[in-house]
Design a protein around this ligand. Sequence first.
Ligand SMILES: [Zn+2]
Length: 241
Amino acid sequence: MDDSFYQKNLENSQNPTLQFVELNKCGLGKNSSKEMYRKRADILMSEFSGAVALETRNRVLNHSLNCWSNVCAVWNACLESEPSAFRYSSCDTCEQRVSHVHSLGVNHKILARKKFGALEEALEYHQRLYKVKCQQDQCPGSCIVDLVVDLHIFIELDIHPELTCKASLRCKLRDFPTNLNFDGVSYRLAGVIERIPGHYVAYTRRTNGQWQEASNIKEKIVPSHGGHEIEPHGVIYAMKT
Ligand SMILES: [Zn+2]
């Protein structure tokens, strides 16, 4: 782990997925990979137990989980306790409440027109909103809603310029802004998730700006580069110190 600030937060986290990342941060040798896959399966099974299919093959009972087309759902479930932001709603009639914002959305039309370099402009993020209708049942009140960003921010992509457009917008890794600002809090580009037919691939951007590709259909993590073209389905930014 080359980001000491993020690393320190991982070590203190009670979230099972972040603990798993922390445990495996140096990569594992051949003998440990079985254990790593078992732990990963345990985490996914606990979050998606209703979606697990059972099948007996060669007299072995297999548990399979189809996460296809659902990378945002996996992020939201596995990082429920470590959300992208906290939403504080103060109602003028009932009470103050805090909820978790797991991922941020974007305006697809802005990205279709201006491409991923305009990600910050396209983000559906407002630090403070006034006069938001209270979401408590039968409360007629109006709320002030504050959004407070946290350790990492997941932005859901899979951009379709038009509703009728089947193909997702493509880009190069270097097209993403290397930094985003959220009202004075600075974040660095840390990773991008790509969809290829039947599979997701993760690209990590190290603190020195170099890209690496992690895909479990390849034997090991391999170097990548900013000119590599992908169909992005999510991007991750990490808080800077
Ligand atoms: Zn209310």
